[in-house]
Unconditional design. Structure first.
Length: 99
């Protein structure tokens, strides 16, 4: 299956790249790992948006902004997203607001 990488690389805030050598990695496991990585920064993170590069799905699935960035990134930026966890170079991307 070909990975659908996000079209932009300018995710908000601090970036943490995580490589997981597990071909069976699913969304729920990736989300749990991302949450733990976010907590390891000393933050009390709140997940704002995510992207699934395996399926192209994202949350929130809305229209917003001028269209030069995907809506899920614009949504997170406009709500103060300051921590991006990128798992396996776009396989899964999670944007958090840290408190």
């Amino acid at each position: 299956m070909e990975l659908m990488k996000p079209k932009v690389k300018d995710f908000p805030g601090r970036h943490i790249n995580v490589n997981i050598a597990n071909p069976e990695l699913d969304f729920v496991s990736a989300k749990d790992m991302a949450k733990q990585k976010a907590k390891d920064t000393g933050a009390d993170p709140m997940l704002l948006s995510w992207y699934n590069g395996k399926t192209g799905e994202s949350y929130p699935n809305i229209e917003c902004g001028p269209g030069d960035k995907p809506a899920w990134i614009v949504y997170a930026e406009s709500r103060g997203g300051d921590l991006t966890i990128d798992i396996n170079e776009g396989q899964y991307v999670f944007i958090y607001l840290s408190f």
